[in-house]
Unconditional design. Structure first.
Ligand code: ZN
Ligand code: ZN
Length: 281
């Protein structure tokens, strides 16, 4: 649980969060905003899930992550106005990438005036690593390799995004105790992704979600991969709790700020209608 003090804390903007508009959250949007204000945040960005063509899951309805954009937008702008003197609320989206929907995702983003777009991979070969059985399909090493190769393939196909979401996301769901993952082990593939992002002016979502479970866990990306992004010339990072509940907002932020500083970053970014602005932290 997050017991961070809410006074005199200069938190960076939380640029990755979900509300009931996402298929896997029940949180009222207003509760998320009130929690952010209470924690002392000055700016947040909702990044609701849009995962087109999602495979059937054991526990969710059909097409669980198809976002009702007009309804989301109406609700967001209502609260943006209501709380404008206390917090800046931005209009974002987290696009779930798959090769067969790259064109649909591009159209969707082109037709909407989002402030900020995260591109994420939540599936490997149309399978969700969240569910048991996924990891039985191959060796853990091969599954990581496929995850990273599909990430690269997808960011080359769908290019209208600002940051890549949770670079090594799949490590969150690796079998308990498994130690296969390290930046060093998958350096060849991760460097290719990072280089592509740098060359194309894209950023990374520094995602603290797992720090809400334990401060011992590594955020996504892991510190070594974040450091490498900086070494390769990466400039744009956003901080995100990936909160699906009000109490998880800004979870682990002091820790990820420290990790980002150690990686060499002195600035994080916010976005307005897709235009990035740096801020010291
Ligand atoms: Zn995600
Ligand atoms: Zn998310």
């Amino acid at each position: 649980m997050n017991n961070l003090p809410n006074i005199n804390v200069n938190y960076p903007a939380d640029y990755h969060m979900h509300s009931h508009n996402s298929g896997d959250s029940k949180a009222p949007m207003e509760d998320m905003i009130l929690s952010a204000i209470q924690k002392g945040l000055k700016e947040i960005c909702f990044t609701e899930h849009m995962d087109l063509d999602y495979p059937p899951t054991p526990d969710l309805p059909e097409d669980p992550f198809v976002l009702d954009i007009p309804s989301y937008k109406n609700e967001l702008y209502k609260y943006k106005e209501k709380y404008k003197d206390q917090i800046t609320v931005k209009y974002g989206i987290e696009i779930g990438m798959q090769t067969q929907i790259a064109g649909d995702n591009a159209k969707l983003v082109a037709n909407e005036d989002f402030d900020f777009v995260i591109a994420s991979i939540h599936l490997v070969d149309r399978n969700d690593p969240f569910y048991p059985g996924f990891w039985d399909s191959d060796t853990v090493e091969n599954i990581y390799r496929r995850f990273f190769s599909q990430t690269l393939e997808n960011i080359k196909l769908f290019t209208d995004f600002d940051v890549l979401g949770h670079l090594d996301y799949i490590s969150r769901y690796a079998p308990k105790g498994d130690t296969t993952y390290s930046y060093e082990r998958f350096k060849d593939q991760i460097d290719e992704i990072l280089n592509y992002l740098v060359e194309n002016g894209k950023g990374l979502d520094v995602n603290s979600k797992v720090l809400g479970y334990s401060e011992e866990l590594a955020p996504n990306p892991c510190p070594e991969a974040l450091k490498r992004f900086h070494e390769l010339g990466g400039k744009i990072i956003t901080f995100g709790s990936d909160a699906h509940r009000p109490d998880a907002i800004a979870c682990g932020f002091p820790k990820i700020c420290e990790i980002a500083r150690e990686a060499g970053f002195t600035e994080y970014y916010t976005f307005d209608k897709r235009v990035p602005t740096p801020h010291k932290f």
